[in-house]
Design a protein around this ligand. Structure first.
Ligand code: NDP
Length: 290
């Protein structure tokens, strides 16, 4: 297990990053600054999160060399289409205050507007060729969408960011990503957003994960993050609390056995908010210019 992962185009990425979905702009600078102080060097944001500006502000304030921090962001669906997605890069780069984005991904496929989805991805290919992004990828793409996309485009996505936690290990998606040579990156990596599914259960209080953690003096969140890393996935846990941001990065001093990894895999019940095939174009979010 290493702390960095080499993507399919040779670019290296810190495996563990801080996610900032639902981190309010007014809390984002502090959360990202804390993460950078603790040792995180990878931040996952999105145009649709409305906090790219604050992510950039925290990076500048940190005093850490920009090139030592891996910035990942996402193009929102209302900006799909070739020219629109080229412009979406300009918007995100301007808000982040950077010339180049390390990893730019499509937030999801639009099955009912797949030509626009492909055109958006072709814009990512252009941005990659022009050196404006270091790697490109997708999010929430089901196996069938990966097949459709790769049949119509030239560059295999470096990453597919999907919901993945012990209660849904996404076997088909993990296999499809692997088949294409695409890194699986886990969102909701500690299953922390149960309100989507309405399910009362959360892996954060799961007795199996708790018992494993007790053996190492580790929390359930730490065990789950270790489980991702040992299975060669990237994970991007979110927190706005300094103590949890710190806790979630303190996962490099213990090692789960193969049996423990398998026991966590066996918790899979397919619990999900399953956004993969939602057509978000009907959602009322547009990404402002500034
Ligand atoms: P997570 O699994 O990261 O869970 C986050 C929740 O768990 C928050 O409520 C947080 O609360 C809480 N939490 C964090 N650390 C701990 C801890 N150590 N112990 C107990 N509770 C904890 O889910 P997310 O949905 O936030 O996913 C992570 C990231 O993935 C997002 O921030 C975003 O970057 C990305 N994402 C991408 C999506 C996509 O469509 N591509 C969709 C959803 C997320 P608190 O902040 O109060 O600590």
């Amino acid at each position: 297990m290493t702390t960095t992962i080499t993507l399919n185009n040779g670019v290296t990425m810190p495996a563990l990053g801080l996610g900032v979905f639902q981190t309010p702009p007014e809390q984002t600078v502090a959360a990202v600054q804390t993460a950078l102080e603790v040792g995180y060097r990878h931040i996952d944001t999105a145009a649709a999160y409305g906090n790219e500006r604050e992510v950039g502000e925290a990076i500048r304030r940190s005093g850490i060399d920009r090139d030592d921090i891996f910035i990942e962001t996402k193009v929102w669906v209302t900006d799909y289409g070739y020219d629109q997605t080229l412009h979406a890069f300009d918007k995100s780069a301007r808000k982040l205050g950077v010339d180049r984005i390390d990893l730019l991904i499509l937030h999801q496929a639009l099955p009912a507007h797949f030509d626009r989805t492909v055109a958006a991805y072709q814009a990512l290919e252009k941005l990659l060729a022009d050196g404006k992004v270091r790697a490109i990828g997708v999010s929430n793409f089901l196996p069938i969408r990966l097949d459709e996309l790769t049949a119509r485009t030239d560059i295999v996505p470096a990453v597919n960011q999907i919901e993945l936690h012990p209660y849904n290990i996404r076997p088909q998606s993990q296999a499809a990503n692997a088949k294409h040579g695409i890194l699986t990156q886990a969102w909701a990596p500690i299953g922390g957003i149960r309100h989507y599914s309405g399910s009362p259960q959360t892996p954060l209080t799961d007795p199996v994960i708790t018992a494993i953690g007790d053996q190492y003096g580790k929390t359930t969140a730490q065990v789950m993050l270790r489980w991702h890393l040992q299975q060669s996935r990237s994970a991007i846990p979110k927190s706005v609390r300094a103590e949890r941001i710190t806790e979630n990065f303190d996962v490099f001093d213990f090692h789960l056995t193969d049996d423990e990894l398998a026991r966590i895999d066996a918790l899979h019940i397919g619990d999900t908010m399953n956004p993969d095939e939602m057509d978000f174009l009907s959602f009322d979010i547009t990404v402002p210019e500034a």
